[in-house]
Design a protein around this ligand. Structure first.
Ligand code: ADP
Ligand code: MG
Length: 385
């Protein structure tokens, strides 16, 4: 994969694709101005932005925001351009409302690329229009690299192209875990559905030394083993894949041995601890139990490499956050290399104030899972061809 060192950017116009798909909210009345509520993704691109500026590049930033059907004004990148300007100590960031009228400037940001009809179709004509605006292309949008879109793939074929520092680090870290991990390699996989994570589980069955399962996705496993799941969230289509994983997993796979259940998916619902994994009718398993959490913590502590994706329970509800918190703390304290991928897992780490305590917190949910599954990402492939 080509990197920044392979490009000459001095006095060049660099089209820099970034993942600025950040959450926005309306600010206080009367202006009700749209405001960025979490700028982590913007900050993650700063090293590449600064490196390119230091090398004398003029930047043309391209990013998507949400899934606009047409030019929906609430999905304008203007608040993002303003936030970036603040993060760059007030450097001017101009917004180009139209591809036909891109202003001159040291840092210019194109409007939401998904305002363009051909973007998600990887329309070659649109890719040409992007290419005409730049001398060089750099992709730092790891979170969008699993999509072949005009601004992530098409344009990269038309001008000299390379990976930015964030994308490079994401790819090297995540592929490194699979290729040459410090052992033991421990994968913690949780979250809502088995079918979302099946590829990841299969990849780790081949390569990990231990796989610790948590979250609602343990219920298809328990169901396959003949346990009662009560009213737990138990994905029906997940039961057969879970059975296959159980058969193939042998002694690598560890499931919870106790649970915390609630009457409903609510913070103020009745709560009970279950010693075992049979959930009575009228109750739903919403967290792993304390015994499971401490057993998992021991395995995590002794790991050479830890990969964590997916919360251990309904961590958004405080009474059911303890299992996820215990695992997050164990990962934060682990002496081995620790890598966390996935939107909700990252949100959980941030909620517990532990985001800085892991070696690598992936900015890409879907993209990081696809890399772990061993899939080729179109936005990455194109940077080596
Ligand atoms: P990630 O985004 O990290 O890949 P997922 O999207 O797969 O994670 O899963 C996160 C969601 O799973 C959270 O919203 C959480 O509330 C939910 N969840 C986890 N465990 C349970 C459970 N036992 N019952 C219901 N929902 C759960
Ligand atoms: Mg999620």
């Amino acid at each position: 994969m080509r990197t920044l060192d392979d490009l000459d950017v001095e006095r060049k116009r660099v089209l820099l694709r970034v993942d600025f798909n950040v959450p926005l909210e309306n600010g206080p009345a009367p202006s009700a101005k749209r405001l960025v509520t979490d700028d982590a993704r913007i900050r993650a691109a700063l090293p590449t932005i600064q490196a390119l500026r230091e090398r004398g590049a003029r930047l043309l930033l391209a990013a998507h925001l949400g899934r606009p059907k047409d030019r929906e004004p609430e999905l304008s990148l203007r608040p993002v351009a303003e936030r970036l300007s603040e993060l760059l100590d007030g450097a001017e960031v101009k917004l180009a409302e139209s591809l036909d009228d891109v202003p001159d400037g040291e840092i210019v940001m194109l409007e939401n690329v998904r305002y363009e009809k051909g973007e998600t179709k990887n329309d070659p004509e649109l890719a040409k229009r992007y290419a005409a605006l730049a001398d060089v292309y750099v992709n730092d949008a790891f979170g969008a690299a699993h999509r072949a879109h005009a601004s992530t793939e098409g344009v990269a074929r038309l001008v000299p192209s390379a990976a930015g520092l964030l994308l490079q680090r994401e790819v090297e870290t995540l592929t490194g875990i699979l290729a040459d991990p410090k052992r033991p390699l421990v994968a913690i996989v949780g979250g809502a559905k088995v079918t979302d994570k099946i590829g990841v589980l299969e990849a780790f069955l081949d390569r990990a030394d231990a796989i610790l399962i948590g979250g609602a996705m343990c219920f298809p496993f328990f169901s396959a083993q003949g346990h009662d799941v009560g009213d737990s969230l138990c994905e029906e289509e997940g039961i057969d894949p879970a059975r296959r994983i159980l058969d193939a997993g042998g002694d690598k796979l560890t499931l919870p041995t106790d649970l915390v259940a609630g009457r409903a998916f609510e913070a103020d619902t009745a709560k009970r601890e279950i010693d075992g994994v049979d959930v009575p009718d009228g109750w739903m398993g919403l967290d792993v139990g304390a015994g499971t959490a401490s057993a998992y913590a021991v395995v995590i502590r002794d790991a050479g490499t830890v990969f964590w994706n997916g919360p251990m329970g309904a961590f958004e509800l405080e009474p059911f956050a303890a299992g996820t918190r215990a695992v997050a703390e164990a990962v934060a304290d682990a002496p081995g290399t620790t890598v966390v991928g996935g939107g909700d897992s990252a949100a959980a780490l941030a909620k517990f104030g532990l985001a800085d305590r892991v070696d690598h917190l992936s900015t890409g949910g879907g993209a990081s899972l696809e890399l772990i599954e061993g899939k080729a990402l179109p936005g990455v492939e194109v940077l080596s061809t």
